[in-house]
Design a protein around this ligand. Structure first.
Ligand code: SAM
Length: 270
């Protein structure tokens, strides 16, 4: 049975919260030794509460911390040919617990300004209290952001659209382009072709025709609300918002795990 069918049944039986709890405890148990070791060897590293890590990434301290830094470098490398990383305002939209953003001030020039926003108040509270040199703000599930028009040079959203409905794709793209300066860069990751196998056959047809496919087992924005964006869908989204596709890198499957597609987009406002 495809995973999606099982999830549908569990969702109907209201068993998903229970399964989530079991998964969380399972990850906690599986990582207990390495997490203990990491804490012992890195007493100064600030770690978010376990459940926040589980919800946004993976309950493995080593992976959370040591994977966040190369991801921040990877992010910068994807955009460095389009922007000189000096005196820029950079926003992490859907920053979660700051896994990537916390590393940026150390990686790029200190003349840049860093901002993080998320609709989950708990994450923003934790980030504000624990991560220095970055300004954090809350937003709601729906736009707007608490930033002025034309105020950001770069906005990135790592695995955010992957948890939103079609309506929200259009309203957020519109909002993110409002906040971006002319020639600003939007970096997004999506569930592209590498994730297509997770869809039922009839959903694959819709996906191929450029429709967004949603598996909404939980409320929108939650990790169990998953949406799938074909390149065709993304290109329509971009063209309707005057976004030029500078780069599209389809996700590969690495060690059996499908990676997300990367989109580097530019807004031209004049
Ligand atoms: C899979 S996590 C990724 C977190 C972070 N970007 C990272 O790479 O570690 C998805 C994040 O998107 C946030 N999110 C979902 N919908 C959002 C929205 N409408 N606005 C802002 N953040 C949102 C969630 O709270 C969560 O932190």
């Amino acid at each position: 049975m495809k995973k999606i069918k099982l999830k549908k049944i569990l969702s109907k039986l209201n068993l998903l919260s229970f399964i989530e709890f079991i998964n969380f405890q399972g990850q906690k148990w599986k990582n207990r030794k390495s997490n203990k070791e990491f804490k012992k060897n890195n007493p100064k590293v600030k770690l978010p509460p376990d459940f926040y890590l589980y919800e946004t990434f993976n309950l493995n301290y080593e992976k959370f911390f040591t994977n966040g830094k190369p991801t921040a470098t990877w992010l910068v490398n994807h955009m460095i040919e389009f922007k000189d990383f000096k005196n820029l305002s950079i926003l992490d939209w859907g920053c979660g617990t700051g896994r990537v953003l916390r590393h940026l001030p150390a990686i790029i020039n200190s003349s840049n300004s860093f901002y993080g926003t998320d609709y989950n108040k708990k994450y923003i509270k934790w980030c504000s209290e624990n991560l220095e040199g970055i300004q954090f703000k809350n937003n709601f599930l729906k736009p707007p952001l608490d930033f002025k028009d034309n105020s950001m040079d770069i906005i990135y959203g790592i695995s955010i659209f992957t948890h939103l409905s079609e309506k929200m794709h259009f309203s957020w793209t519109n909002e993110l382009t409002r906040v971006l300066k002319n020639d600003g860069i939007l970096f997004l990751t999506t569930h592209g072709d590498a994730h297509r196998f997770k869809l039922l056959q009839k959903e694959q047809v819709l996906y191929d025709h450029g429709n967004l496919v949603v598996h909404g087992y939980r409320k929108e924005g939650n990790r169990l609300y998953a949406s799938y964006q074909s390149p065709k869908f993304m290109r329509t989204l971009c063209s309707r918002n005057n976004l030029e596709v500078l780069k599209h890198t389809p996700g590969e499957t690495v060690n059996g795990k499908p990676q997300q597609d990367i989109w580097v987009l530019k807004i031209t406002k004049n």
